[in-house]
Design a protein around this ligand. Structure first.
Ligand SMILES: [Zn+2]
Length: 214
């Protein structure tokens, strides 16, 4: 009778989000963390001491800064494309004139070179983005904008995630003619309205784009 439950302050664990009594949580580096999340959280804080470790300390990269980063990557990529084109176009012209001389159609030669050009650029773009994400957590454009890509739990990206992210953006979102403008718009709106600034490929790959300094 008259047995009242002691008044407990309920707080959310900053890592798993579970609501727990304050007495079941510990305060580490400005974050409330539950007993289950504590070991992983501690080792992350010790290992990195950086912005990604705690979701609460993150600042997510919005649409314009990420657009700027993609734009810079585009400029970076113009250099090898121009060099490649400078090598390819004289061969293209030579192939065309040879084809005329032998009275066979030049279309096949043009098509073959066009396909080669496309495949080489695509593969080079893939290698660039995947290797940069894996080893630097950012492309040169993202580095220039002070951004990096992490998993939702703060880990850096595995090979599979790097590949998946490249594939989702370059093929699914922006690679399909005509449909791409719609998917890119949808992805941009998703990013704009989401409080963790997740684009479509971030949702699929469970990634976040954050500022390196919180
Ligand atoms: Zn927890």
């Amino acid at each position: 009778m008259g047995q009242e439950a002691p008044v407990q302050t309920v707080l959310a664990c900053s890592q798993c989000g579970r609501a727990l009594a304050q007495s079941d949580l510990v305060h580490i580096a400005g974050n409330w963390v539950c007993a289950e999340c504590k070991p992983a959280f501690l080792s992350r804080v010790m290992a990195s001491g950086d912005a990604g470790a705690s979701p609460l300390a993150r600042r997510y990269g919005g649409f314009w800064i990420r657009f700027g980063a993609r734009f810079i990557d585009g400029l970076v990529f113009m250099v090898p494309i121009l060099i490649f084109a400078a090598v390819l176009i004289p061969n293209l012209i030579r192939a065309g004139s040879q084809a005329r001389n032998t009275a066979s159609t030049p279309n096949a030669a043009f098509a073959a070179l066009g396909v080669t050009f496309f495949v080489v650029i695509f593969l080079a773009g893939g290698c660039y983005e995947i290797l940069m994400l894996k080893y630097r957590s950012a492309t040169l454009g993202k580095m220039a904008c002070g951004l990096k890509v992490i998993r939702s739990d703060g880990r850096s990206l595995s090979w599979g995630v790097c590949f998946g992210r490249f594939f989702m953006w370059n093929v699914v979102t922006s690679g399909i003619p005509y449909v791409n403008s719609v998917i890119m718009l949808v992805s941009a709106i998703m990013l704009g309205v989401d409080d963790e600034k997740r684009a479509l490929h971030d949702r699929v790959c469970d990634t976040r784009v954050i500022y390196k300094q919180a």
